[in-house]
Design a protein around this ligand. Structure first.
Ligand code: CS2
Length: 489
């Protein structure tokens, strides 16, 4: 069977949509750092649609910082790949917006050339939460090994932040118009955070550059949403059968996709609005709701689900106890912490998200979501705990989820597995001994102020609740432990 490429594109079966615009004529206007499955299933699809509707030189150059596979596979296919949408009926579409792909580790000067090209107007990023190298106080963590190495040698960066700051410096000194930098990661105020870390990075060696980044570069905040399980064997086979060609870079996702972008964009931009994105001044409310409801429920089902022996989000949401627990968490604790905007109906928002978790055509592994919890729990669960602490109350469900995450970590480490969490791995010598009792382990874990801010970790009521929950989970399992904690479900 032939491989998908520009040459073989006309052979794709008629039932599969292909790019309805002149790909070869469109220039590159966007560099994307981190062209993994989520980017290819989300922003690249919005851009593909925008080019189809309104044209423009908005082709994407995807830059992987370290991994070669994506760049190699996309290059061999002239940037083309298949999006498999897993709804009641699966549908397939070939996406054409990625025009070029490269691996920065193999070719750092090509990466910098792409970032500094006058035609490049936007850099979008999906570098995951950990790519921002934030401390728990939300500053740039200069002790992060990647950041420390780039600060030693800012002219030859290897991290995303290092590349962005270097590109801003080179463009500024040669008079090329400034970029707009768009974070597309699941962090509250992701644009503000990206700005803060870039400015702080530059401040370490060049105050004028820091001022330029602070004053002249746009960093719109965004909220991104579409459930995108990692590509698995099932997708490879389905895509091959659907397109009758070999595709080594396919992606799968649910039908739902949302992109909310802060109205802080230059006029010369892809017609993302026509492609379905919302451009608004209210991103904050959307992103807080999404992080606490969808991602908060995901992390809840993940850690409690894995402790209960489940494999997928579907298995966990179909477990009657976990379903009741997560619904009670969201309805009684999380939703009251949120502000509804634009006629947003929060209970309805949650019930639609729960229905998305029940999609039988999506096999979303809890293991995938479990990674890097130390970068996720602080945006998804801790703000709920903090909200109630301010009123002198204890969020029992949210504390139970925090306990579930800590106990999940302890049991994994006790079984000899290192944490699947880059931040925790880097501080492994400071982590509590997994041979401690669950309550003692939790107590020491809550003392890790680099992970959990002291206003939460040192609060006596939080400590009591979390330590007791860890003990109960260990003694009687997740299902009975919730009841033992007096958590209504
Ligand atoms: C998930 C998210 O892996 C995770 O942490 O919670 O990737 C989630 O699927 C997306 O944010 C949905 O938009």
């Amino acid at each position: 069977m032939a491989r998908l490429s520009s040459k073989t594109l006309p052979q794709v079966s008629e039932a599969v949509a292909t790019p309805g615009y002149d790909r070869s004529g469109a220039g590159i206007g966007i560099v994307h750092i981190g062209p993994g499955a989520f980017h290819r299933a989300h922003q690249a699809v919005f851009t593909d649609r925008a080019m189809e509707i309104s044209g423009g030189d908005w082709g994407i150059c995807g830059i992987s910082l370290n991994s070669r596979d994506t760049a190699q596979n996309l290059t061999a296919q002239d940037g083309l790949y298949t999006l498999a949408v897993k709804d009641v009926e699966a549908s397939y579409r070939i996406i054409g917006s990625i025009k070029r792909a490269l691996c920065a580790k193999d070719d750092p000067s090509a990466a910098l050339d792409a970032l500094t090209a006058p035609g490049t107007k936007f850099v979008t990023l999906t570098i995951t939460e950990k790519g921002y190298a934030l401390t728990s106080g939300e500053d740039l963590d200069k002790s992060n090994s990647h950041i420390a190495a780039d600060l030693e040698n800012p002219h030859a960066p290897a991290s995303a932040i290092g590349y962005l700051v270097r590109a801003c410096a080179l463009r500024h000194s040669s008079g090329v118009a400034p970029l707009t930098l768009i974070s597309c990661d699941n962090l509250p105020a992701n644009g503000d955070k990206l700005k803060a870390v870039c400015v702080q990075f530059a401040q370490s060696f060049d105050a004028a550059l820091a001022a330029h980044i602070e004053n002249d570069i746009r960093f719109p905040n965004t909220m991104v949403d579409s459930i995108t399980p990692a590509t698995d064997d099932g997708v490879w086979a389905d895509v091959e059968a659907a397109i009758s060609l070999i595709d080594k870079a396919p992606v799968q996702r649910e039908a739902f996709a949302q992109w909310i972008i802060e109205d802080n964009l230059p006029d010369d931009r892809p017609d993302w609005a026509a492609a379905g994105a919302t451009i608004t001044n209210d991103v904050h409310a959307y992103e807080t709701a999404k992080l606490r409801v969808l991602n908060g429920a995901h992390s809840t089902l993940t850690y409690l689900g894995l402790l209960a022996g489940h494999e997928t989000v579907l298995d966990a949401i179909n477990d009657p106890d976990l379903r009741r627990f997560v619904s009670s968490l969201i309805e009684t604790e999380t939703l009251p912490t949120l502000t509804a905007v634009d006629g947003m109906d929060l209970p309805d928002y949650w019930s639609k998200i729960r229905a998305r978790f029940e999609n039988p055509n999506i096999r979303h592994l809890l293991e995938q979501i479990s990674h890097d919890g130390s970068r996720k729990i602080p945006a998804r669960i801790l703000p709920v705990i903090e909200h109630y602490l301010k009123k002198g109350e204890i969020a029992k469900h949210a504390c139970f989820v925090l306990a579930g995450w800590i106990e999940f970590n302890r049991t994994r480490r006790a079984a000899g597995n290192p944490p699947t969490d880059a931040f925790l791995t880097a501080m492994e010598n400071d982590l509590p001994d997994p041979a401690l009792s669950p309550a003692e382990y939790a107590g020491e874990f809550l003392d890790l102020t680099r992970v959990i801010s002291s206003k939460i970790g040192q609060n006596p009521a939080v400590r009591d609740s979390v330590m007791a929950a860890c003990n109960n989970i260990n003694k009687s399992g997740v299902h009975a432990a919730g009841a033992a904690q007096g958590i209504p479900s």
